[in-house]
Structure formats: structure tokens, C-alpha cells
Design a protein around this ligand. Structure first.
Ligand SMILES: *[C@@H]1O[C@H](CO)[C@@H](O)[C@H](O)[C@H]1NC(C)=O
Ligand SMILES: *[C@@H]1O[C@H](CO)[C@@H](O)[C@H](O)[C@H]1NC(C)=O
Ligand SMILES: *[C@@H]1O[C@H](CO)[C@@H](O)[C@H](O)[C@H]1NC(C)=O
Ligand SMILES: *[C@@H]1O[C@H](CO)[C@@H](O)[C@H](O)[C@H]1NC(C)=O
Length: 444
């Protein structure tokens, strides 16, 4: 009797140890002659990496201090093929999170302590019907504080040649380099609307924007020149986004209509990436498209607008701003800003389009977002999916989006549209700064 009980206890003990080992197995990776296992670190210019043994992609990794230091790997998951995924987490004896610039840069000779555990995959609810969906692959390790690098894999027993992402946002910060940063989710195709882009950038600056981030898949030759100008000037970060090398991206928003692997060149992934990339760099983020301007109508700039809104709503971290269409087919009659020197620059002259479409009674007017990134966990395009505080819809007369584009209500004539010359108020500073940008980009 006693022997049987003992055998049972030993058996249970062994099983527990086995399960624990399977759950969090510690491996020591040695760089050098003694072992062939080497922790490869991704080059900083690489932003998309396949997850071995699957069609999934991993993008970047961040510590989430709001979730007790959990490690979030922003990923693109093929919904139909979701098998168990594992996090391989490494801590270095020597800090080596700075990779060398060459592709597939190898880390220095530091000893790496690595461990693995099964990941929790949180597939975002907004997929618009596409097979590849923005997801958070979460590594919930109680020891998460010590890790500096992570890789996701389908097979934790074969860790040869894994590509590691450095874990960003290691520290909480409460002062920020920028107050207002615009995240532009995607640039793709042969987009060459250079005049509108330069004008928009200069309007952003005058409203108080200090940083603009653009995810670049491809663009036309004149927009390329403008991008280089603003990058050199210092306001712009261009993040390479070669999604077309990995998937067939859709040029539209709905799978049934546009097909392809993923919504709008991965717009939802880049918006979420931008939130974490700038979480401790910017007090606020504006999540809008390249042809949209979030414009305060009752305050001189964004700083004053947010001062008022946060005073009224101290806990709100998500502010929804209504989008309003200014058709590019309707021109201001006076021709005041039809400047001959801009004629050779390709693109729309937003200062000529001062007619705004009315709201339609039974059509929902979509919003874009102005957020405190530290209060958002997941976002979609027009609303957040997971956030920590209250969400405020900002009244139209306080702040709205100026969106110059093809009309939505093309049948309306000028007298059925509203005249809205808000942009003209910036004339004195705006015109010379647009000239400077175009000239120094080599477009005048
Ligand atoms: C790792 O990659 C190197 C070079 O790409 C290759 O020669 C080697 O066989 C790979 N090792 C394993 C275990 O896959
Ligand atoms: C951000 O705003 C604060 C006031 O709210 C100001 O003191 C600070 O200088 C601003 N930072 C930048 C980078 O402009
Ligand atoms: C944008 O991406 C395209 C395609 O990779 C590249 O040719 C171009 O140089 C990039 N532009 C900038 C400013 O990074
Ligand atoms: C354009 O820039 C050059 C120097 O880069 C300057 O000499 C010239 O005056 C500028 N032209 C205009 C119209 O601003």
C-alpha cells in the first residue's frame, strides 16, 4: 500500500516538474566555438519579420507597464492558421540592444540567458474580413523585467537562427520629447501629391505639431523629395514598411470589395505600432491620413485646445474628431492662392478648396483620433478597441478635420456647400514656409 502511494506521489512530482520545464525552460546560449546557437538581432531598418514555421509576421516588441510589464509583440496573424506560438525571451549579461547596421547583424560575444513560454495571442477584433489580422502576441512572464530581446516561434525546441527583436519602452517616462505627433499610417502606390503634402506639413507645424511619423511602402518621385527634405529638417520619421514583400496588401478597406491578404497595406498594424513607438516620446498622438488636418477652430493651436479639453475631462485619453470633406473639384473663385510658382508642383493646392460638404442626415460621419497613447491599448481607424479611460467626441465647432479630397456628395453645387476659409487665417506664415519647403526640396 505504502509503496504504491509513494510511487504515485513520485509520479505526480515528476509530472509537475516535467510540466514546469515545458512551461518555462531555461536555456543558456553561448556565442563562440562551444555551440552553434547564436541569437541573431534584427537590423534597425527591418520592420517586418516572418515567424518561423508559419505565415505570420512579427513587427516590433514593447514592454507594457500598464499590464505589469508584459511583453507585447505587435504581429500580423493569419487567422485560419493560428497554432500555439512561443516567446523566446533573452536577457544579456552585457547590454547589447544596439544592433549593428548591416542586415542580420549578429550580436557581440555576450552570454545570453534565454527562456521560453507559450504566448497568449490577442487577435484584434477589427479585421474587415481579411485573412491576415493585426494581433498582440503577449509574453506574460513573471520575470519579464530582465529581458531585453524576444523572438516568436512555432517551435521552441529549434531556436537556431531565430531573429530577435529588441524590447522597447523598457522604462516608464513622464516627460516627453514632443507634445503633438502625427502618425500617418501608410504611404503606398505611386502617391505623388507633393503640393498637398508640403502644404499639410506646414499647416501641421502652425497648429503645434512637432513630429510626423510616416510608414512608407512606396511613393512617387516628388513626394520622395519632400519626405527627404522634412526628414533632414528633423520633423519627420520615415519608417520603412515593405508589407508588399511579405503579403498581397489590399488597396481597400473591405475584403468582400477589395480582396487581398490584409486591410489597406496593414494600416491597422502601423497605427498600433506608432502608438507604442511614441508612447513615451509624445504627450499626444494624432492618428490621421496624409490628406487630413485635425484643426482647432476655437483655439489658436493644439496646445490650447487640449489644455481646455483636459481641464473639462481630466481622465479622458481618447478624443474623436469629426471628418469633413472639402471637395477638390470646387475652387475658390477669387483665385487668391492660385500662385503661378506652384503650378509646376504636382498635387492639390488645398488653399483653393474652401467649400465644405454638409453633413448628411442619415449617414454616419466617421471620426479620426487624437489620443494620449498611454491610455490606449489597441486601436482601429475611427475608434479605439481597448483603452483605459473615457472617450470623448469633440464637438464639431471646437475641432474638426479638414479633408481635401474627391467629393462624397459630388452632385452638390457651390451654393449647397459651406464656405470654410480656416486655412487662410495662417496665410502670413504659411505661404513663405510652403515656398521654402518646395524650394529646398528642389520642386520650385
Ligand atoms: C543557420 O543559418 C546558417 C546561415 O544562414 C546556416 O548555414 C545554418 O545551417 C543554419 N542553422 C540551422 C540550425 O538552421
Ligand atoms: C510641451 O508643452 C509644455 C506645456 O504644456 C511646454 O512646457 C513644453 O515646452 C512643450 N514641449 C515642447 C517640445 O514643445
Ligand atoms: C519609401 O519606400 C520606397 C520603397 O522602398 C523607397 O524607394 C523610398 O526611398 C522610400 N522613401 C523614403 C523617404 O524613405
Ligand atoms: C531657393 O533656395 C535657394 C538656396 O537654396 C535660394 O538661393 C533662393 O533664393 C530660393 N528661392 C526662393 C524662391 O525662395
Amino acid at each position: 500500500m505504502m509503496q504504491r502511494k509513494l510511487a504515485l506521489l513520485v509520479g505526480i512530482g515528476a509530472l509537475t516538474i516535467l510540466l514546469m520545464l515545458k512551461w518555462e525552460h531555461v536555456i543558456t546560449l553561448m556565442n563562440g566555438e562551444t555551440t552553434s546557437v547564436q541569437p541573431w538581432q534584427r537590423a534597425p531598418t527591418d520592420t517586418i519579420t516572418p515567424i518561423p514555421g508559419s505565415r505570420h509576421l512579427m513587427v516590433s516588441a514593447f514592454k507594457d507597464h500598464r499590464l505589469g510589464g508584459a511583453i507585447r509583440v505587435i504581429s500580423i496573424i493569419c487567422r485560419q492558421e493560428l497554432q500555439p506560438l512561443y516567446c523566446v525571451l533573452c536577457a544579456n549579461a552585457k547590454a547589447d540592444t544596439t544592433a549593428k547596421a548591416d542586415a542580420n547583424a549578429k550580436t557581440d560575444g555576450a552570454l545570453s540567458q534565454c527562456t521560453y513560454l507559450q504566448a497568449k495571442v490577442d487577435v484584434h477584433t477589427d479585421d474587415f474580413g481579411f485573412p491576415f489580422v493585426t494581433s498582440d502576441v503577449l509574453c506574460l512572464s513573471p520575470m519579464s523585467q530582465q529581458f531585453t530581446r524576444v523572438s516568436i516561434t512555432t517551435n521552441p525546441y529549434d531556436i537556431h537562427n531565430l531573429t530577435f527583436l529588441s524590447i522597447q519602452n523598457q522604462e516608464v517616462k513622464d516627460s516627453f520629447r514632443y507634445n503633438f505627433t502625427v502618425c500617418i499610417s501608410n504611404l503606398f502606390g505611386e502617391y505623388n501629391n507633393a503640393l498637398q503634402f508640403a502644404q499639410t506639413m506646414e499647416v501641421y507645424k502652425l497648429t503645434g505639431v512637432q513630429r510626423v511619423v510616416i510608414y512608407n511602402t512606396s511613393c512617387g518621385p516628388d513626394v520622395e523629395k519632400i519626405l527627404k527634405y522634412y526628414r533632414k529638417e528633423g520633423i519627420l520619421e520615415v519608417v520603412p514598411w515593405p508589407i508588399d514583400k511579405f503579403l498581397t496588401p489590399s488597396t481597400g478597406w473591405k475584403y468582400d470589395l477589395h480582396h487581398g491578404d490584409i486591410h489597406y497595406y496593414g494600416q491597422l498594424t502601423t497605427l498600433n505600432e506608432c502608438i507604442y513607438r511614441y508612447m513615451y516620446q509624445s504627450k499626444y498622438l494624432l492618428l490621421n491620413d496624409i490628406d487630413e488636418i485635425i484643426m482647432p477652430y476655437k483655439h489658436a493651436n493644439l496646445e490650447k485646445l487640449m489644455g481646455t479639453l483636459q481641464q473639462q475631462h481630466p481622465n479622458a485619453g481618447v478624443f474623436r474628431i469629426e471628418n469633413h470633406i472639402f471637395p477638390k473639384t470646387q475652387f475658390d473663385d477669387s483665385g487668391r492662392f492660385r500662385l503661378p510658382r506652384w503650378r509646376s508642383v504636382p498635387g492639390v493646392n488645398i488653399l483653393e478648396h474652401v467649400y465644405r460638404e454638409p453633413e448628411r442626415k442619415y449617414v454616419y460621419n466617421p471620426t479620426k483620433l487624437l489620443i494620449d497613447p498611454r491610455s490606449v491599448e489597441q486601436t482601429s481607424v475611427h475608434s479605439t478597441l481597448k483603452q483605459f479611460g473615457p472617450v470623448l467626441t469633440v464637438p464639431f465647432d471646437v475641432c474638426r478635420i479638414i479633408h481635401v479630397r474627391v467629393p462624397l456628395q459630388g452632385q452638390l453645387s457651390k451654393d449647397q456647400l459651406f464656405v470654410d476659409k480656416k486655412l487662410w487665417e495662417f496665410e502670413e506664415l504659411l505661404i513663405p514656409s510652403i515656398d521654402r519647403a518646395l524650394n529646398q526640396s528642389g520642386l520650385l
